[in-house]
Design a protein around this ligand. Sequence first.
Ligand SMILES: [Zn+2]
Length: 329
Amino acid sequence: MPAHRNHTGRSFKSPSTRSSLSEELKTLLQEQKKSWKALADGYAALDSVRQRNVACDGFDVTLQFNPGRMTSTAAPVDAQSIKDRSCFLCVENLPREQEGLLCSKDFVILCNPAPIFARHFTISHLDHRPQALEPFLPDFFSLAKDLSPAFSVFYNGPRCGASAPDHMHFQASPAGLIPVEREAQSARRAKVISIGKTEILTLGNFGRETIVMEGNEEERLGNVLGKLLGSLKRIVGTTEEPMVNILCSFRAPLWRIILFPRRKHRPEAFFRNDESRIIVSPAAVDMGGLVITPAEKDFNRLDGKLIEAIYSEVSMDDETVQRALEALA
Ligand SMILES: [Zn+2]
């Protein structure tokens, strides 16, 4: 029998078994489209999004014109704005119609009402607590395993893409739909070092720094990822979490982490007050090669040069990344 857990007056179902989680999520989404109008509207809008490919120097990206993402892409994430709004991930603030599936002890999986993908979920901590990866590395890996092979799980740092930096969450997307998931297996990959049985690679000629880590042992890979975060933190000279977007996927027996080290959240063009403003707010999906433009004029005018400039502006520089990787050896 599925267990229930009460939380601030709401109860969520648990999946019957961990291995049936991804199937039960598909069912949850179907049912929620019938019972929750805002979600049905969000998915109806997704049917009419437009996409086009843009050739950049050495790589391609896909642009997605998705007006439904305006609230999320343009969300003010400064401390005062966050303090002044009520948190949309807190259980007590969820729409009445919203249901979820419990997973990984502290998290509930929710349907994202502003989808980028045909199946798009937010995996939200049951308590209001800040976005931070390190305490939840074991959850990140267990989620990726439980949701495999149908889904990949991703994380956006609190200062580089999370639209709720005050409430811990991951997201899940259908495996393979973020272009970098294919690129990470392409000829552009080059091995940098091995630590035990974990291989660390980078992607060349890709317009933004991209670190790939692979291994068959979850715990060791988690340790290496933790070390890399520590190394980036020291080299950047911050006491906060280094700015990163991370994808995690599992295809038995292989785990794969794809990490984008960042130096900036939004490009300067995002903050302009005139016609030249570009509403692009890069997070894991955008860094992964699917660039979301909620404004049609940006969808029409973004070209290879503009995309390259945005990636270059928000990505960590290669020299710093090299130093962080060398410090791991
Ligand atoms: Zn919250």
